[in-house]
Design a protein around this ligand. Structure first.
Ligand code: ADP
Ligand code: MG
Length: 577
C-alpha cells in the first residue's frame, strides 16, 4: 500500500495532464463505442427513408462524422504526446531522486553493490516504471470502458449472440494468457543469453592483450561461438513461440467470426435478429476483442513496472550509514589537530580491522604509516573524513569528535591523494577545477604549476582544454596523479592524506611527484602511507601498523635505534635497492 502511495505521489505535479489524459482516453473510448451504433442507426433506419431526405442530410452527416473524428484524433494526439511526455517527466523526477540518493549513500553501500546493477536501475527499471506510469492507467481505463460498453451494446442488440461470443472470447483469453507466460519465460532466457554474449565479448575485448600474449585466440573463438549458438537457439525459440502465439490468436479471431456467422445466421433464420444488426454486431467484435488483448499486455506491464518500482524503492529506502548528526556544526579554519582515541573498527561484525588504536597527530605535523598490505592503514585514514564511522572510540579534530561536524564542512578540510586516480569525462581544466567550485583560470594554472604539470599541459595542442577519458589524450599514471594533486592544491585543505600516492609509479615519475607532494604538504597536517621508506624518513612520527595493531612508533632514528620491525623493513629495502 505504501509502495502504491509512493508511486502515486510521482503523479502529483502532473495531475492536470493526468486527468486531461484520462478524459481524452474516455472520449476516444466513447467515440469508438458509439460509432457502430451510429452506423446501425443510419443503415437500419435513416437510409431507408427515401432518396431526397438522404441526399439533403448527407452533407450534415458527413460534417457530423468529421467533427467526431476530429475530436477523436485530437484526443489521440493528447494521449500519445502529452501522456508520454508526462511519463518522461515522471521518469526524470525519479531518476533525479535516485541520483540524489546514490550521492547520499555511504561507502558501505558502494562496497556491497555492483555498479552495473545500479546503472540498470537508473535506465531499465525507470523505463519500465514510466512506461507503466503513463500507459497503465490510460490503457486500463480505455480498455475497461470499451469492453464493458461494447458488451452492453452487443447484449442489447442480441443476448444469445453475445453470450456465444463471450464463451469463445474466454477460450481465447485463456490461450493468450498461457502463451504469454511461456513467452515471458523465453524472453527472460533471451535476455540472459544476450547478457552472456556481452560478458564474453567484453571479457575478450578488455583482455585482448592477455588473449594475444597467450595466443589463445582459438579458445576465445570457441567460447564465443558457444554463447553465440546458445543465443541463436534462444532466439529461434522466441520467434517460434511468437509465431505460434500470433497464429493461435488469429485462429481464435476467425473462430469468433465463424460463431457470429453461424449463430447469427441461425437467429436471422428464426427471425430473431435483423441482418443489419448482425453487421453492427460484427463491428462491435473488434471494439470488444482488441482491448482484451491490451489488458493481457497491461498485466505484464504492471508486473514489470511494479517490480521495477519496488527495486527503486529499495534503493530509496536505504539509509546512509554515515550522515549528519542533529545539530552538527560547521568545521571552519581547523588547526588540523587529529586524535584517535581508543578507536576500533570492523567492516563486518567480528572481523576487527582496527583494535583500540590511539594516535595523536598535532597540528601541522607529519605522520607516516608503514606496514604490510592489509594492515588497516587505508582504513585508519578513511575514518577521519568519515568515509566510515568508527565502531568504538572517537576520532577527533581540534579536540572535537568528527561526528559533531557536518560531513560537508569536515570533508572540505581534508584532501586525499590515492594510488588510483579517477579523472572525470571532461577537459584537463575541468578536472583540476573539480577541487574548488568556481576556481579562476589563474588559480587553476597556479595549482597546475605547483603540481609540476603545467609545462606538460602547455605542450598539448589543446592545452588546458584537452579532453581526458575516452577519445581524449592518454595520460600516464604520473600525469594523472599530478592532475589529482593540482586538484588538492586548489582545494587547499588543512589536512592531507597521501595513501600510497606514488606506489604505482616508476622512479622518475615518483621523484617529480614527490617534489609536488612535499610542496603540497607544507603547513598542513599530513598523514602519509608509503611503501618506500625513503619518502617518509623526515616524518615527525612513524607508526608501524599490521593486522595485530600498532607495533611501534617514533622518529626514523628512534625506530632504527630500537632495532625492531621498522629497522628490519629499512634493512630489507636498503638491500633491495
Ligand atoms: P592497508 O591499507 O593497510 O593495505 P586496508 O585498510 O585496505 O589495509 O585493509 C585492512 C583490512 O580490511 C583488510 O583485511 C581488507 O581486506 C579489509 N577491507 C578493506 N576495505 C574493505 C571493505 N571496503 N570492506 C570490507 N573489508 C575491507
Ligand atoms: Mg591501503
Amino acid at each position: 500500500m505504501r509502495t502504491f502511495q509512493h508511486f502515486l505521489s510521482y503523479y502529483k505535479p502532473y495531475r492536470k495532464i493526468f486527468y486531461l489524459d484520462l478524459f481524452c482516453a474516455l472520449m476516444i473510448s466513447v467515440i469508438d463505442i458509439l460509432f457502430p451504433l451510429i452506423l446501425d442507426y443510419l443503415s437500419n433506419d435513416f437510409f431507408l427513408r427515401g432518396a431526397k431526405i438522404i441526399q439533403a442530410a448527407l452533407p450534415w452527416i458527413a460534417l457530423g462524422l468529421l467533427v467526431i473524428y476530429t475530436i477523436r484524433s485530437l484526443c489521440r494526439y493528447y494521449v500519445s504526446a502529452q501522456g508520454h511526455i508526462m511519463g518522461a517527466y515522471m521518469e526524470s523526477d525519479m531518476r533525479e531522486d535516485l541520483f540524489d540518493q546514490f550521492q547520499r549513500l555511504s561507502f558501505t553501500y558502494y562496497d556491497k553493490h555492483n555498479t552495473g546493477i545500479m546503472m540498470s536501475r537508473v535506465t531499465n527499471d525507470l523505463f519500465d516504471i514510466c512506461e507503466f506510469a503513463h500507459h497503465g492507467p490510460e490503457n486500463l481505463f480505455i480498455s475497461l470502458i470499451k469492453i464493458i460498453g461494447s458488451f452492453a451494446i452487443m447484449f442489447y442488440l442480441n443476448g444469445i449472440l453475445s453470450i456465444a461470443l463471450l464463451l469463445v472470447t474466454v477460450l481465447m483469453l485463456l490461450f493468450s494468457y498461457s502463451q504469454n507466460t511461456k513467452m515471458k519465460r523465453i524472453f527472460m532466457d533471451n535476455r540472459k543469453k544476450i547478457g552472456e554474449i556481452n560478458a564474453s565479448l567484453q571479457d575478450s575485448l578488455e583482455g585482448a592483450r592477455v588473449v594475444k600474449s597467450f595466443a589463445n585466440e582459438p579458445l576465445e573463438k570457441d567460447k564465443f561461438a558457444h554463447s553465440n549458438a546458445r543465443y541463436l537457439k534462444s532466439k529461434q525459440d522466441n520467434y517460434e513461440m511468437m509465431g505460434f502465439y500470433y497464429g493461435g490468436t488469429n485462429l481464435f479471431q476467425g473462430l469468433l467470426y465463424v460463431t457470429i456467422v453461424v449463430v447469427g445466421g441461425f437467429l436471422i433464420a428464426k427471425g430473431k435478429l435483423s441482418p443489419f444488426d448482425l453487421a453492427t454486431f460484427a463491428l462491435y467484435v473488434n471494439v470488444f476483442v482488441a482491448p482484451l488483448e491490451v489488458l493481457v499486455e497491461f498485466t505484464e506491464m504492471f508486473q514489470k513496472g511494479f517490480s521495477g518500482f519496488k527495486r527503486f524503492e529499495e534503493v530509496m529506502d536505504e539509509d546512509p550509514d554515515v550522515k549528519n548528526e542533529p545539530n552538527a556544526k560547521t568545521l571552519e579554519n581547523t588547526n588540523g589537530h587529529i586524535t584517535f582515541k581508543d578507536v576500533s573498527f570492523a567492516y563486518e561484525e567480528d572481523k576487527c580491522v582496527l583494535d583500540h588504536v590511539n594516535i595523536d597527530i598535532p597540528s601541522g605535523t607529519k605522520l607516516a604509516l608503514v606496514g604490510p598490505s592489509g594492515g588497516g592503514k587505508t582504513t585508519l585514514c578513511s575514518l577521519i573524513p568519515r568515509f566510515y564511522d568508527v565502531t568504538h572510540g572517537e576520532v577527533e579534530i581540534d579536540g572535537v569528535n568528527v561526528k559533531a561536524y557536518t560531513l560537508e564542512s569536515l570533508r572540505k578540510q581534508i584532501g586525499v591523494v590515492q594510488q588510483d586516480v579517477y579523472l572525470f569525462n571532461g577537459t584537463i581544466k575541468e578536472n583540476i577545477a573539480y577541487g574548488k567550485e568556481g576556481a579562476s583560470m589563474e588559480e587553476i594554472v597556479q595549482a597546475a604549476k605547483n603540481a609540476n604539470i603545467h609545462d606538460f599541459i602547455c605542450s598539448l595542442p589543446l592545452g588546458y582544454e584537452t579532453p581526458v577519458q575516452e577519445k581524449g589524450v592518454r595520460l600516464s599514471g604520473g600525469q594523472k596523479q599530478r592532475i589529482s594533486i593540482a586538484r588538492i592544491f586548489l582545494k587547499d585543505p588543512k589536512i592531507l592524506i597521501l595513501d600510497e600516492a606514488t606506489s604505482a609509479l616508476d622512479n622518475e615519475s615518483e621523484r617529480v611527484i614527490q617534489k609536488a607532494l612535499d610542496e603540497l604538504s607544507k603547513g598542513r597536517t599530513c598523514i602519509t602511507i608509503a611503501h618506500r621508506l625513503s619518502t617518509i624518513k623526515n616524518a615527525d612520527t612513524i607508526v608501524v601498523i599490521d593486522d595485530e595493531g600498532i607495533q611501534e612508533s617514533g622518529t626514523h632514528e628512534e625506530l632504527l635505534a630500537k632495532n625492531g620491525i621498522y629497522a628490519k623493513y629499512d634493512r630489507l629495502q636498503f638491500e633491495g635497492l
